[in-house]
Design a protein around this ligand. Structure first.
Ligand code: 3H9
Length: 697
């Protein structure tokens, strides 16, 4: 018997306890242990087998780390069939999470009991695959086709009470999984309860699978796994026998296993966990943060304050006068009302958050007890320096002074204080109480425990925190600036903004770059272009059509017109006919002859610009690893998760092809398309971005 499954005999019951921390993933040792345990129990004449997990959880699923490697016997599908076919009674007792292959083992057992806090689900689609050990065949038999389709295509975790209502489990009981499992199994034996293999149940009722397939495909914006899973459930209803259904499930599972989307989504799964683990901080204790200060109560400041309140921090928000403070309070209230409406908090929590923990003030002296202060004022270096000098004068020793600037130099900001080691960038994304990304920007003198506190705060606020070095725009905005420019150049050269938006939504983005610009406000880019104009290299191509829109007072959604025209009450916008005129004028002024861009070419240029700048960001050490960039784009910029991030996408496409294309584009515009030295190096060495990730773990 392997160590991962411990066999024990208690009277008529053989107990198989999983001991494979941290999540009892169903790796080869666990599978062998379960198989051996079932066989031994049968050989020894036990009347029942109880399966449960020691530690945090029942089985959290197949061991994802084994994917892509040759499968070792017994595979999970065979194991599940064998458990179900056992001639004695098999009972599973669930706690923690029974997910994916874990729930499939439970469904192969003849009876299921769970503690009230247990969660279960078939989340495989989120990894680009689908249940592959009979889950798509057994769940619809026990819970009905519609419930199974909903659970499998969303991957949703279902609480024990709901699972009981839907018939997925037979009983809920308080206690340890071992105790409740033993009591239940004894009871079943006393009652001479029959074996109850789900494979013997009749096929579930069919539904309109084609319609559901189309709906699920559209909802996933091109993600294949949920749609393919629909076809597997269809087989549960329509295949001549259970085994035929299982065979169909296997075919579809293997198809997804081979897909690029599976690689992208699994990269995202591990990267989102790896990204905030910094080896250099392993032994560094963060400072305590109980009370937080926020300077500025605009959209960003109010969002940060809301995020802090939602995480049980006390907040002191500073505004310039009472009127501005009242407006800020109103913004926070609106944000919290949204959280209330979405069921994130209840009325009592809402009332509590709006009173005790929230203080609005106009005097920096109110910050004397704050452990960490985030400044979210106007993006102007002189203003920031003034704010930081005031913070330096008013905050207690050891307080962390953070700037939410999107692009300004944190070193210069830190120099306005007498304590640069306590200064850091904490770059939130708007709306800050909703968006998951936090860039933790480390300046030259930032102390390690200040960095550790930035990450601890991010965790507390339920953000995905990514370390960034200092540069204009940090990781995310710097890369965005580059692919936005590529989009603008394509428009100047003949592509339309609407073609580009369509190509990028086809790739999986929720919105294309021009629709995003309209949403963010075209005046933001306009201001940035004006700011950069004096230092712009004369070799850089300049695009004017966006400025023309701004000069006409059209700033996007907020003015009702930008690249699109927005009608009140209508979702999205229609193309703004004036845009074509502006583009033509820009082309005439610059002597550009427009060309036709195929959709593939649009995608390639856009993505090459993103990858090239991302490679520069990694090469210069602004991002520690390629996966850091991937997580920034995924969590802050709507990059489609099923591609894993731009650098995972680049690996999947092949870096040499990307470099060749960048060199081809450089013949038209050598200034913009300068290949990243890191990309050249990787291609020369035959290595990938993932090789760098693995070297840096
Ligand atoms: C499947 O089952 C396919 C079958 O249908 C068919 C097969 C034929 N494997 O998330 P945490 C690691 S597909 C390997 O931080 P939490 C994780 O990387 C699977 N490792 O904890 C982390 O490692 P590290 C379907 C795994 O408490 C550590 O465990 N199942 C796996 O916040 C702790 O994880 C799923 O998709 C795994 N399956 O959340 C469930 N799971 O410490 C995936 C976790 O080195 N897992 N690890 O960074 C989860 O959703 C969460 O981990 C869970 C716990 C909710 C269980």
């Amino acid at each position: 018997m392997t160590e991962a499954i411990v066999y024990e005999r208690i009277g008529d019951i053989a107990v198989l306890s999983a001991q494979n921390p941290p999540v009892n993933a169903l790796g080869i040792d666990v599978r062998r242990g379960l198989l051996a345990g079932i066989e031994r129990a049968e050989n020894e004449g036990a009347r029942a087998v109880l399966i449960y997990g020691e530690g945090r959880t029942y089985f959290a699923g197949a061991d994802i780390r084994e994917f892509g490697q040759p499968m070792q016997d017994p595979g999970l599908p065979d194991l599940c069939n064998r458990i179900e076919a056992a001639q004695l009674l098999v009972v599973s007792s669930l706690h923690g999470a029974a997910l994916g292959g874990g729930l499939e083992v439970a469904l192969s057992s003849h009876y299921r009991i769970a503690v009230p806090s247990a969660k279960m689900g078939l989340p495989e689609v989120n990894l680009g695959i689908m249940p592959g050990a009979g889950g798509t065949q057994r769940l619809p038999r026990i819970a009905g086709t519609e419930t199974a389709l909903e659970m499998i295509t969303t991957g949703r975790h279902v609480a024990a009470a709901e699972a009981f209502d839907k018939g997925v489990i037979d009983r809920i009981a308080e206690g340890s999984p071992r105790e409740i499992g033993l009591t239940y199994t004894r009871e079943l034996l006393e009652q001479n309860a029959p074996r109850r293999p789900l494979c013997d149940m009749s096929a579930p009722e069919p539904v309109d699978f084609d319609a559901i397939y189309d709906k699920v495909l559209a909802r996933g914006r091109g993600q294949l796994s949920p749609a393919i899973a629909v076809r597997a459930v269809q087989a549960a209803c329509e295949a001549p026998s259970f085994l035929d259904g299982v065979r169909r499930e296997r075919e579809l599972f293997m198809e997804l296993m081979e897909s690029e989307q599976r690689q992208g989504l699994i990269h995202a799964f591990f990267s989102e966990r790896a990204v905030s683990k910094l080896p250099e901080l392993a032994d560094v204790m963060p400072r305590d943060v109980i009370s937080m200060g926020v300077i500025g109560g605009g959209t960003m400041g109010a969002g940060i304050a809301t995020a802090a309140l939602l995480s049980d921090l006390a907040v002191v928000l500073i505004e310039r006068d009472d009127q501005a403070a009242a407006v800020a309070r109103g913004r926070i209230e609106d944000n919290l009302k949204g959280a209330l409406k979405r069921g994130k908090i209840d009325q009592a929590q809402f009332d509590a958050m709006m009173s005790d923990p929230l203080t609005l003030a106009t005097d920096y002296a109110a910050l004397s007890k704050a452990d960490l202060v985030v400044e979210a004022v106007f993006e102007d270096m002189d203003v920031k320096r003034e704010v930081f000098a005031a913070l330096d004068a008013n905050c207690k020793p050891g307080a962390i002074l953070a700037s939410n600037t999107s692009y300004l130099d944190i070193n210069e900001i830190a120099a306005a204080t007498s304590r640069p080691t306590d200064v850091i960038g904490l770059h939130f994304f708007s709306p800050a109480h909703v968006m998951k990304l936090l860039e933790v920007v480390v300046a030259d003198q930032t102390a390690p425990d200040v960095v550790a506190t930035g990450f601890a705060l991010g965790k507390r606020l339920k953000k995905t925190s990514v370390r960034s070095g200092v540069c204009d725009g940090f990781i995310g905005n710097r890369i965005m600036n580059s692919y936005r420019k590529a989009a603008d150049y394509m428009v100047l050269d003949g592509a339309s903004p609407y073609q580009i938006d369509k190509v990028m939504t086809g790739f999986g983005f929720a919105m294309g770059p021009f629709a995003v610009a309209d949403l963010a406000g075209l005046d933001i880019g306009w201001a940035a272009r004006k700011r950069r104009a004096p230092t712009r290299d004369p070799k850089e191509r300049v695009v004017c059509f966006s400025d023309m829109l701004c000069e006409a007072g059209d700033f996007g959604q907020k003015t009702g017109k930008g690249f699109y025209v927005y009608e009140k009450g209508k979702r999205g916008g229609a193309p703004n006919p004036q845009v074509a005129e502006y583009i033509e004028r820009d082309q005439r002024d610059q002597g550009v002859t427009p060309q036709v861009f195929a959709n593939d070419e649009v995608l390639r240029r856009y993505m090459c610009a993103m990858v090239n700048e991302a490679a520069k960001v990694v090469g210069e050490g602004i991002a520690r690893r390629p996966l850091d960039v991937d997580m920034v784009l995924l969590f802050g910029y709507g990059f489609p998760r099923f591609w894993g991030g731009p650098l995972k996408w680049a690996d999947l496409q092949g870096l040499d092809g990307i470099l060749k294309d960048i060199r081809r584009y450089a013949k038209e515009d050598a200034f913009f398309w300068q290949p990243a030295p890191l990309l050249e190096e990787l291609v020369a060495d035959g290595r990938s971005f993932d090789d760098l990730n693995n070297a840096g773990q």
